[in-house]
Design a protein around this ligand. Structure first.
Ligand SMILES: [Zn+2]
Length: 321
């Protein structure tokens, strides 16, 4: 069986990386997620080829997600996807609202899928642009009158937007990116000085793993579509390389019902199932406990591009621990 020799993120070696994800959803038998003892990232090895990957995102990603998320995810089509993501818009706007650019400011979302975030931001008076490799979603976003590019490289080549964007967003994208540092650097180039990048990534500190350690969840969680699973330590490692001020915000998306459902049935899709039997305070307190103890399933990240033109590297300031 092939084994990794160096960590693809920090490029350090070790005597045998421990396996944290034995079974890879959608993957091959010899693929596993390994944990790096230096930067604490979990990484897929062996990876899929760049060719296979490009094909996957152009042709198969919605189908793959429909299989994972079931009917609740809204992956059947773009309109259903916009409707199914109303909750995500509200959840993200709570953290975004205070730091949005003023009206007329330019926002780019990389991996905008059906455009549900951009549609909301356009309603608020912002100038929005999307990047989306999926044909079905990309065409839909375009049909809503939002300019769409198939890749960040295409956008950079065609748009001449260096140092001009106010805000760059990407949600559940970074874990899919083969060269995350290069990607973050490209995004920062596009931002104007003082501009912000705001993104969301799944967290390996997910309570179903770090508290309950559920075998059924492990078989679902580690996905072949991801190169990485980050936690606070590995995100801080990555963001320190970028050399900007940043902030990590712990977030818990899935609720107590979802976790009970996993424990009872070993299956996804339980969100909200028992909420009618709980007080809203219990539901909220459960999530808040996960955020505070950082047994959380997600992180939001804010990165601010320095105002100085050639500011020497200011090392990141993580919040908390
Ligand atoms: Zn590493």
């Amino acid at each position: 069986m092939p084994k990794p020799e160096i960590c693809p993120l920090c490029e350090k070696g070790t005597d045998g990386f421990p396996i944290v994800g034995e079974f890879v959803y959608g993957g091959r038998q010899e693929q596993h997620f390994y944990k790096c003892p230096h930067c604490d990232v979990a990484f897929l090895f062996p990876t899929v080829s760049e060719e296979e990957e490009a094909k996957f995102y152009a042709m198969e990603f919605e189908k793959f997600m429909q299989g994972r998320a079931g009917a609740q995810g809204g992956w059947q089509g773009p309109e259903q996807h916009v409707a199914a993501n109303e909750g995500n818009v509200t959840r993200r706007m709570k953290y975004l609202q205070g730091s949005l650019p003023s009206k007329g400011g330019t926002v780019l979302e990389v991996g905008c899928s059906s455009g549900f975030m951009l549609l909301k931001l356009r309603e608020m008076g912002l100038d929005v642009i999307g990047i989306e490799p999926s044909g079905v979603f990309g065409h839909y976003v375009e049909s809503c009158g939002i300019p769409v590019y198939a890749s960040l490289d295409e956008f950079i080549a065609k748009s001449e937007k260096n140092n001009s964007l106010d805000l760059i967003l990407h949600f559940f994208l970074l874990e899919h990116i083969r060269h995350p540092l290069q990607f973050l650097d490209q995004c920062l180039q596009l931002l104007k000085p003082g501009g912000m990048m705001f993104f969301e990534v799944p967290s390996r500190s997910d309570p179903l793993i770090t508290i309950y350690d559920l075998p059924a969840f492990h078989r679902f969680y580690w996905s072949v579509a991801h190169h990485w699973y980050f936690n606070r330590a590995s995100l801080e490692y990555l963001l320190r390389q970028v050399g900007c001020r940043f902030e990590l915000i712990p977030e818990q998306r899935y609720d107590l019902s979802n976790h009970l459902w996993w424990a009872l049935t070993g299956k996804p899709g339980g969100s909200g199932k028992f909420s009618g039997k709980f007080t809203p305070e219990l539901d909220e307190a459960y999530k808040e406990s996960m955020r505070q103890t950082e047994h959380c399933d997600t992180y939001f990240v804010r990165v601010i591009k320095p105002r100085g033109l050639k500011q020497s590297i200011a090392y990141g300031e993580g919040s908390g621990s």
